[in-house]
Design a protein around this ligand. Structure first.
Ligand code: PPS
Ligand code: ADP
Length: 208
């Protein structure tokens, strides 16, 4: 009997042109740069700045932004724990495909649960998942509030808003942490992107 949940009798189909060939063509190594942090912490800003910087170096990237994915692929999901988990799982699977295509896939989602981020990490070959933590204080994110969502959450008009009445679990062992300087100044988008590019360069992702 057919079910919607589990597929059986399915087989993996391989092609002659695989990841190594695509990576050679692109002269880069596919990977996932996973940006996590509170709303307003600068995830999308970093993702765009990074994509621009990579483009200027002739490297192909693709941004998967949480907000944008929720307009299509994930439009059926809300913000309850299970929905967020499914949101991250689906995005992780898509990111894995982009990395397999040889691209530097930049995923920027709040992804508040450590376990969900780790699920995505373990979908990929070792070291191909680069977790970037936007370690910005809630006060800064709330002061920025570009969409006015913190204001609504504080007024009780949005329930379950991350950082207000819903949890955010910071990474324990992320590859890159982006934070304010000792003076309290936030690095510019170009500097934040530079920090990630330096890591990608050092780890050999920007060459084949
Ligand atoms: N309840 C609640 N909590 C957090 N965020 C909310 C909520 N409701 C709407 N939004 C808006 O949705 C954007 C976050 O979507 P994500 O897919 O990144 O979230 S998650 O990873 O599934 O937690 C987030 O975008 P960013 O500000 O870019 O993070 C918000 O604009
Ligand atoms: N490094 C930065 N310096 C100054 N302003 C920033 C920086 N990063 C983000 N911002 C601003 O903060 C706000 C939130 O940034 P955004 O990238 O949308 O965050 P997120 O995607 O995490 O919600 C935006 O108005 C953006 O212009």
């Amino acid at each position: 009997m057919a079910t919607l949940s589990n597929s059986t009798n399915i087989f993996w189909q391989d092609c002659q042109i695989g990841r190594p060939e695509r990576q050679q063509l692109l002269n880069q190594k596919g990977c996932v740069v996973w940006i996590t942090g509170l709303s307003g912490s600068g995830k999308s800003t970093l993702a765009c700045s990074l994509s621009r910087e990579l483009y200027s170096r002739g490297k192909l990237s693709y941004v998967l932004d949480g907000d944008n994915l929720r307009h299509g692929l994930n439009k059926d999901l809300g913000f309850k724990t299970d929905d967020r988990t499914e949101n991250i799982r689906r995005t992780g699977e898509v990111a894995k495909l982009f990395a397999d295509a040889g691209l530097i896939c930049v995923a920027s989602l709040i992804s508040p649960y450590r376990r969900d981020r780790d699920t995505c990490r373990f979908m990929l070959p070792d070291r191909n998942f680069i977790e970037v933590f936007m370690n910005m204080p809630l006060e800064l994110c709330e002061a920025r509030d570009p969409k006015g969502l913190y204001k609504l959450a504080r007024a009780g008009k949005i329930k379950g808003f991350t950082g207000i009445d819903d949890p955010y679990e910071p990474p324990i062992n992320c590859e890159i942490e982006i934070k304010q300087e000792d003076s309290g100044v936030c690095p510019t988008p170009t500097l934040m992107a530079g920090q990630v590019v330096t890591y990608l360069e050092k780890e050999g992702f920007l060459e084949h």
